[in-house]
Design a binder for this molecule. Structure first.
Ligand code: OAD
Length: 246
């Protein structure tokens, strides 16, 4: 769908230097990765309390590893979509920061240089006993859950329910928002906190706020502009517009 970019956004893009992209699962929907909520959402099919919390992991680490391997298999078959690529391309014209709730590594694979990961990364893991890091583990179905050389259980480096967000990533995200000229919120339902506070903070700081999402969200009322389109189409349109005047 080719929608024209709103004049107010064009004016902002002409004078802006720093762009912040705050992304959620909808950003990767066009790469074939399911979102969490909605009819086909992950949380409609699987129970977070059995899979995405520390006690569930201690009770049945193999089940949790199988689930993450299932998700990794989908992610490995997918590729960054035109939205991820447009964000990377915008680095030619702006200082661009990506703050993502996604764990799928697709912004990294698209080549974005500055990424803050609020909820971890599915390719990263660490030992729950000694904290040693183990990245890019594949977990074949037949094996037991991976163990560290110290004997401890290795877990995915994902923020589970009830856990704190990585403080360094969150604080850095807050700092880049202070410098932002435009804050884009893309493909997120905006109902998961503390991540969603970042959008509320951007609003308090009177940043120009743009939401890209096919539907209204809990946060829609705070945005200066809403683009009711898919993230790939909307971001392609934004990139084309920027290329026309830069
Ligand atoms: P949700 O599944 O809650 O929301 C996805 C949003 O993407 C919805 O608002 C959709 O309307 C929108 N959407 C769908 N397709 C889209 C498209 N092609 N383009 C743009 N938008 C589209 O996902 P999140 O908001 O990311 O946490 O969920 C936040 C957190 O909840 C996740 O990071 C995850 C989950 O529990 C952890 O894993 C810690």
């Amino acid at each position: 769908m080719k929608n024209k970019i709103n004049e107010a956004l064009i004016e902002k893009l002409k004078s802006a230097k720093n762009l912040v992209f705050f992304t959620g699962a909808g950003m990767s929907a066009e790469s074939g990765i399911p979102t969490f909520r909605g009819t086909d959402g992950i949380w409609n099919k699987f129970k977070p309390e059995e899979l995405a919390n520390f006690n569930a992991f201690l009770k049945n680490p193999k089940l949790v590893w199988e689930w993450y391997q299932y998700r990794k298999d989908i992610i490995h078959k997918s590729a960054p979509n035109n939205g991820h690529i447009a964000i990377k391309e915008l680095e030619k014209y702006y200082s661009v920061s990506v703050i993502t709730q996604n764990v799928d590594n697709l912004h990294y694979r698209a080549g974005s240089s500055e990424i803050y990961e609020l909820h971890g990364n599915i390719e990263k893991n660490y030992c729950i006993s000694c904290n040693k890091r183990y990245d890019f583990i594949d977990f074949p179905e037949s094996t037991d859950s991976p163990r560290c050389e110290c004997g401890g259980l290795i877990r995915p480096d994902i923020v589970w329910f009830g856990e704190n967000l990585p403080q360094d990533q969150y604080s850095s995200a807050e700092k880049v928002i202070e410098e932002a000229d435009i804050f884009f919120s893309i493909g997120t339902s905006g109902i998961v906190y503390p991540a969603a506070y970042l959008a509320l903070n951007a609003n308090k700081l009177k940043k120009f706020l743009v939401e890209i999402n096919p539907v209204d969200t809990e946060l829609t009322h705070i945005f200066d502009l809403t683009i009711r389109n898919s993230s790939a189409s909307a971001l392609e349109n934004i990139l084309t517009t920027v290329e026309s005047f830069k």
